[in-house]
Every structure is written in C-alpha cells, then in structure tokens.
Design a protein around this ligand. Structure first.
Ligand code: URA
Length: 236
C-alpha cells in the first residue's frame, strides 16, 4: 500500500499533508526518514512513525456514537448536520458510514464503520440482528395493541416481522426488532392508532449503548463489541 494512502486510511493525514510531512523529514519507515509519500509499504509489517508517534495499522475502524436529536444518519447532506459532524478530524477521514439509519429525531446508538462487509451482514434481514429501542408513546397501549404489534402489523403494504415488547408502563417500554424498515417503529405505532413521542436505540446486535457516553459523544468499540459486530451481531 502507498504510504500516503496508509496515512490517510489511518486518519493521520490527507495525501497532500503526507507529502508535506515526508518532504520535511517527519516520517520514518522502519527507523529511516523517507522523503516521499508515494513509496510502497507493507502496513502489516513496516513500522511507520509520524511526528514521533507510531502509527498503528488497523484495517477497519468501528465507532459507537450516542446520537443526539437533529442529526441525520448519512455521510453528507446539503442542508442537515450528519452524524459524521460529531466525530473528530481524524475519524472524519476514515471513510466511515453509519451502519443503518436512525431518524433525525431518534436518539442513541449508532455504529459507524468503514467495514462494508460486516455492516452489510449486520443489516441483512437474513441475519435477524436484534435492535432494542426505548420508546414512549402518546396514548396507553392495551394488551391487544401489544399482542398485535408483537405479532406483526401492516405499515402500509408491508407486514412487520414478529417483535418483542417489554412495557415499563402503559405509555413506555422497550421494543426489540430484527428488521429495520423506514420509520418502522413510528409506523407500527400508527398502525395501532398511537404515536411515538420518544425513541432511543439502546442496543444493536448485542452491542449496548455505553451509559458513560454522553449524548453527542463517541468512542471506538472495544474488542468484545468489535467481535460481535464482525460476527453479524451474534456472539461466537
Ligand atoms: N424506527 C423508527 O421509526 N425510527 C427510527 O429511527 C428507528 C426505528
């Protein structure tokens, strides 16, 4: 891999910044200064140091974000703020994208990655990855409402798959889905003549939103979470 591509993939410098750093003698490969950034390196074997700091090679990045209201789950948008705007400069250079979408006013867990295969696996309906949401709704839910939501409701030409509901009280609780249709929970509640007033994703494929992560903040997934994610949201 070219050195400048490696540094850009690791979020350390853009291609032109890499050339500048190399020209000014700030990059060492295996202990020797390299003056050009277009040389080829083996990221698995070579040691790269930039400005005195060792650049560790990681093929992919996996980030957990606690999404606040008002951000869209997209990589760019002409009018709206996107979840990528909440990341740091280095992370914004990694080519990350949100794994699945939360509505602009939905809060909570969003996983961002540049690992397309694993993201695809986690999102594929075949894999039935559990997504748990905390919800509040306008009107009390009856036992019949809960039974029909759990069995599946018509959300406009599509019949939802069975899901699980755990009520905290008659107007709030947790809902576990294994699929993710557009505005699914909002449309499900509309199908039983109700309305969602609060929605927050608490977990995705066994990866639980870190309670120490403030709204709008993010962190890298730890090893266990990363393993869950690359295994399609299931433990080995
Ligand atoms: N269902 C919705 O209606 N909105 C979301 O953001 C997620 C699930």
């Amino acid at each position: 891999m070219r050195l400048d591509k490696f540094l850009s993939n690791m979020g350390k410098a853009t291609r032109s910044e890499s050339s500048r750093l190399a020209r000014s003698g700030k990059i060492l490969v295996n202990g020797s200064i390299v003056k050009k950034a277009d040389i080829h390196i083996d990221p698995e074997k070579d040691t790269v140091v930039v400005n005195g700091i060792n650049v560790l090679y990681k093929k992919y990045a996996y980030i957990m974000l606690n999404k606040p209201e008002g951000y869209v789950s997209a990589t760019d948008d002409v009018r709206e703020k996107t979840v990528l705007d909440l990341l740091g400069d280095e992370e914004r250079r990694l080519g990350l994208f949100p794994c699945g979408r939360l509505d602009k006013n939905t809060l909570g867990l969003v996983i961002l990655t540049n690992d397309g295969d694993s993201a695809h696996k986690c999102l594929s309906p075949k894999h039935h990855v559990d997504k748990i949401y905390k919800f509040e709704c306008k009107l009390p839910l009856t036992d019949e409402n809960v039974a029909s939501l759990e069995k599946g409701v018509d959300i406009g030409g599509y019949f939802t798959k069975p899901c699980k509901i755990k009520l905290y009280d008659s107007t709030s609780g947790e809902i576990t889905l294994t699929e993710g249709k557009y505005h699914q929970i909002k449309r499900m509640l509309e199908a039983v003549d109700n309305k969602i007033t609060y929605l927050e994703r608490l977990s995705f494929g066994g990866i639980v939103l870190d309670s120490n992560l403030e709204r709008g903040k993010w962190r890298y997934l730890n090893e266990n979470e990363e393993a869950l994610f690359v295994n399609g949201g299931k433990s080995e």
